[in-house]
Design a protein around this ligand. Structure first.
Ligand SMILES: NC(=O)c1ccc[n+]([C@@H]2O[C@H](COP(=O)([O-])OP(=O)(O)OC[C@H]3O[C@@H](n4cnc5c(N)ncnc54)[C@H](OP(=O)(O)O)[C@@H]3O)[C@@H](O)[C@H]2O)c1
Length: 369
């Protein structure tokens, strides 16, 4: 009995994961080419503008006729930043192409597979599809809904408190949990926070892992830091402006002096429509981010913005680090949802993963919006 297709696809997914920190805004994609139940070549997409997974795999070895291609996402059939992969695959005269998922872009979906079938190639789709989708939650959501995938990270005490009433919040969790967060930042397309948190904590919100720690040959990508600052309270003197990559400030303010102060510090100031309360309209900000090819947003903020994002149904995932201590009822909570008056108003989540990081507990929860 030969190796089951799921095993080859699992290998292609492992290859795709090598692009975890580097393919933005493109999806992570892997490819394994198999002939007579033996692996001929493996490839993955490494960075935007670089060759796609199939092309890298084809370049890695002499590909015999009649091979089977296992690809985690349908080969592209259009000219994007690189030529269509379907042409490169067909040039190898494959017998079979197995994909985990079709391209979620509605303008593309299925066309690559149709072209392969039209050329007489056997095509199978849907092998380990859930795993392939989970590897690119932001790309999938951006293509289908024009919004980024939003993950809210929160560090709290065991009783759910994120800061003392006087604002002090350093440090709630231990060093291993804080290091773990660095990996979440590194894989994000953008890191979101608020002017309130920046003014309270003066964080740099950058990636402080080096290329070796992230397994990167081409250096470390610094995701833009995106700050909600409706009234332009930041003045460019905060640490954020002197470290890491770009700073994008979303505002409703028309104060041109405040704007040029930030621009002089290298920030990009983006005006968006106001919500009912005059503050930045959060859905408009997220739509704008998706328009700038931001697929995965990792949010580090306080209870105010976190609560607003969750209540508006804009957050897809919570990553909660729970430290084994109590801060008491006077301390600040994790999500300001206003006062709920009926249990039906609660926000339900689904536990996806739990693990211990140092002395802390990390919970990953899905929100069903
Ligand atoms: N434990 C943790 O993981 C963690 C992480 C970060 C921060 N913190 C702590 O959290 C505290 C800050 O919390 P916070 O609640 O003051 O700040 P926050 O939640 O970070 O941000 C609140 C700000 O977000 C914006 N915002 C909130 N709701 C909005 C809505 N519906 N529409 C548009 N904008 C909205 C507003 O900013 P504008 O009006 O200026 O636009 C608001 O002032 C600090 O003490 C910090 O140490 C803890």
């Amino acid at each position: 009995m030969g190796t089951p297709p799921e095993a080859w696809m699992a290998e292609a997914l492992r290859a795709a994961r090598r692009g975890l920190y580097s393919t933005q805004p493109n999806p992570r994609v892997g490819c394994v080419i198999v002939k007579d139940d033996r692996r001929v070549a493996t490839g993955w997409h490494e960075y935007t503008g670089g060759p796609h997974a199939e092309v890298n795999a084809i370049a890695a070895a002499e590909i015999p006729r009649g091979a089977d291609f296992y690809v985690t996402m349908e080969p592209c059939s259009h000219h994007g930043r690189t030529p269509p992969c379907v042409d490169a695959v067909l040039a190898c005269r494959p017998a079979r192409v197995v994909v985990a998922m079709t391209d979620p872009n509605p303008l593309v979906a299925g066309r690559g597979l149709d072209q392969l079938r039209a050329a007489g190639v056997v095509v199978d789709s849907g092998i380990l599809e859930a795993e392939a989708r989970a590897l690119n939650p932001g790309f999938v959501k951006r293509m289908l809904h024009g919004l980024p995938h939003l993950s809210v990270k929160m560090a709290s005490s065991l009783d759910g408190k994120t800061a003392l009433r006087n604002g002090a919040s350093r440090w709630i969790t231990g060093a291993p949990a804080r290091r773990d967060v660095q990996f979440l930042r590194a894989r994000a397309s953008a890191i979101l926070s608020s002017a309130s948190t920046v003014l309270a904590d003066d964080p740099s919100l950058d990636v402080r892992l080096d290329a070796q720690q992230l397994g990167q040959e081409r250096g470390v990508r610094q995701p833009p830091r995106v700050i909600v600052d409706s009234r332009l309270r930041l003045d460019g003197t905060q640490k954020l402006f002197a470290t890491g990559g770009e700073v994008w400030v979303y505002t409703t303010s028309t104060d041109s002096a405040a704007r040029s102060r930030l621009e002089q510090r290298g920030a990009r100031v983006i005006a968006v429509e106001a919500g009912e309360d005059g503050r930045v309209c959060l859905p408009a900000m997220l739509r704008d981010l998706a328009g700038r090819e931001i697929s995965e947003v990792h949010c580090e903020c306080g209870a105010g913005l976190a609560g607003a994002l969750v209540a508006a149904g804009l957050a897809d995932e919570l990553i909660l680090y729970l430290a084994p201590h109590l801060l008491g009822d006077a301390a600040r909570g994790s999500f300001d949802l206003g006062e709920l008056t009926a249990m039906e108003q609660r926000i339900d989540t689904r536990l996806r993963e739990q693990r211990q990081v140092g002395d802390d507990l990390r919970l990953t929860l899905a929100l069903e919006n």
